[in-house]
Design a protein around this ligand. Structure first.
Ligand code: NAG
Ligand code: NAG
Ligand code: NAG
Ligand code: NAG
Ligand code: ZN
Length: 417
């Protein structure tokens, strides 16, 4: 009997040892570091999954059991995902149509996610909120709007989105806006329209600096990267881009830009999408770690972050199948000799540094007035846009000075196709 009990005890002891923990002390160390410093990811498209799978009917979804997505609440817990910029993304096909409304719907969806799962998500709109959410063991949930088409060339819309909690704007998605060129102009498939940013594009940057919204350079053309790094008063981010030297895809960041991002005290958050990691359909965790190593070697550990692009892509690397796998990547960085402070920088300290500096620049500019100079009408002419305000109805000096072209535009009836 005693012998049988002893054997039973041995068996229980053996079975209760988690094999991975026993096998990989570096993974344990990764979890310890992630308990001290929040992992903040720059880009996740779960909101767009909610749109395409459920038409945003969150009441019909349970994020605790949702399957077939990269992201759900148990995976978030397992992956120690402490802060997430959720993408309020709407496709370029909405440009000149209902982009603003569709974006508002995605912003509303993110707020509703936080309301429905308050024990898991805390809505966050400041660097301090991220720290507070981490203390409360909840995932800080921030909003990033992906694509300048979402503001319909309106600084009023930009400011209003800030009021709704939006804390970064990706200047373009994969289409030009009336004021900025996207990455496709660096490929044979499109030609530059603005040679980077237009004058109004520069107004957008200055207004983002003034109100405290981070400028995201993922998806823009190389010229735009250069100009914004030159002109922005605050550090900038790449919310989900990898290293061009390792995979020559124009969505990635070339070394000379990495160095300018370092000089600007900004950050590049590494994208895990296979096509950007290896320029092929297959990739693995170790090849993602190569991008971390490369950026660290070229620009230093203060320039790096995580920007998984989960639920925004169709192919993710072996070993990084969903958001539960971040600790494995952190363990791999430790295995490659990253020290604790380098790992913590990449996990979240770099992003927090950028965010705090953006807030500081905002506070230093709070004596300046909002920019109320509208985009020139001729730059945004389309069949769905009215021209109220541009050409006052009253005749006389003002109307005369506007000239016949604007007047004739003002009386065109808008037609929407
Ligand atoms: C955080 O939450 C998880 C899951 O809800 C729980 O297992 C863990 O013990 C919590 N940690 C702390 C420090 O409260
Ligand atoms: C950067 O700014 C300087 C001075 O304002 C200017 O001379 C230079 O051409 C700018 N470079 C780019 C790429 O915009
Ligand atoms: C990742 O892929 C590369 C290239 O195919 C291969 O050399 C390497 O062994 C793989 N690493 C792992 C951990 O599977
Ligand atoms: C970690 O590495 C950095 C260089 O990236 C170095 O400055 C720092 O002293 C190192 N920290 C420790 C604790 O070794
Ligand atoms: Zn994207």
């Amino acid at each position: 009997m005693a012998d049988m009990l002893r054997r039973l005890a041995l068996l229980v002891a053996f079975c209760s040892v988690p094999p991975r923990a026993a096998a990989d002390p570096l993974r344990d160390r990764a979890l310890e570091l992630m308990a001290e410093t929040p992992l903040i990811d720059g880009h996740n498209d779960l909101p767009w999954q909610m749109k395409t799978l459920f038409n945003n009917q969150l009441n019909t979804v349970d994020l605790n059991t949702l399957a077939n997505t990269h992201t759900n609440i148990p995976k978030i817990r397992e992956g120690r995902l402490a802060g997430q910029f959720w993408a309020a993304y709407v496709p370029c096909g909405t440009q000149y149509k209902d982009a603003v409304r569709q974006t508002l719907d995605q912003i509303d969806l993110i707020h509703r996610m936080c309301q429905k799962y308050p024990e898991s998500f805390m809505f966050a709109s400041s660097s301090q909120d991220i720290v507070e959410a981490f203390k409360q063991n909840r995932t800080a949930s921030l909003i990033g709007v992906e694509g300048g088409h979402s503001i319909d060339s309106s600084l009023g819309t930009l400011r209003t989105m800030y009021q709704l909690g939006v804390r970064y704007l990706t200047l373009t998605h994969s289409c030009n806006t009336p004021w900025a060129d996207n990455w496709l102009v660096d490929t044979p498939s499109e030609s530059p329209e603005h040679n980077g940013l237009s004058d109004f594009g520069l107004q957008v940057i200055q207004e983002m600096n003034r109100i405290g919204m981070m400028v995201d350079l993922a998806h823009v053309s190389e010229k735009v990267m250069d100009q914004v790094l030159n002109q922005s008063r605050a550090p900038v981010i790449f919310s989900h881009s990898s290293a061009y030297t390792l995979c020559q895809h124009k969505r990635n960041v070339p070394d000379h830009i990495l160095k300018k991002v370092r000089d600007k005290k900004g950050i590049v958050m590494v994208n895990f999408y296979n096509d950007y990691v290896t320029c092929s359909e297959t990739a693995n965790l170790s090849q993602v770690a190569d991008h971390f190593d490369h950026i660290k070697n070229v620009a230093g550990p203060s320039v790096i972050g995580f920007g998984g692009d989960y639920d925004g892509v169709t192919r993710v690397p072996q070993g990084l199948e969903d958001v539960s796998k971040y600790p494995d990547l952190v363990a791999e960085l430790l295995r490659r000799g990253w020290n604790d402070s380098e790992v913590k920088a990449a996990l979240g300290e770099n992003l927090l540094r950028v965010f705090r500096e953006v807030e500081k620049v905002r506070d230093s500019l709070n004596g300046s007035w909002p920019d109320d100079v509208p985009v020139p009408l001729e730059q945004v002419q389309n069949t769905c846009r009215t021209s109220y305000g541009y050409a006052p109805a009253a005749s006389g000096a003002v109307a005369a000075s506007l000239g016949p072209v604007l007047l004739s535009l003002a009386v065109l009836l808008p037609r929407c196709y």
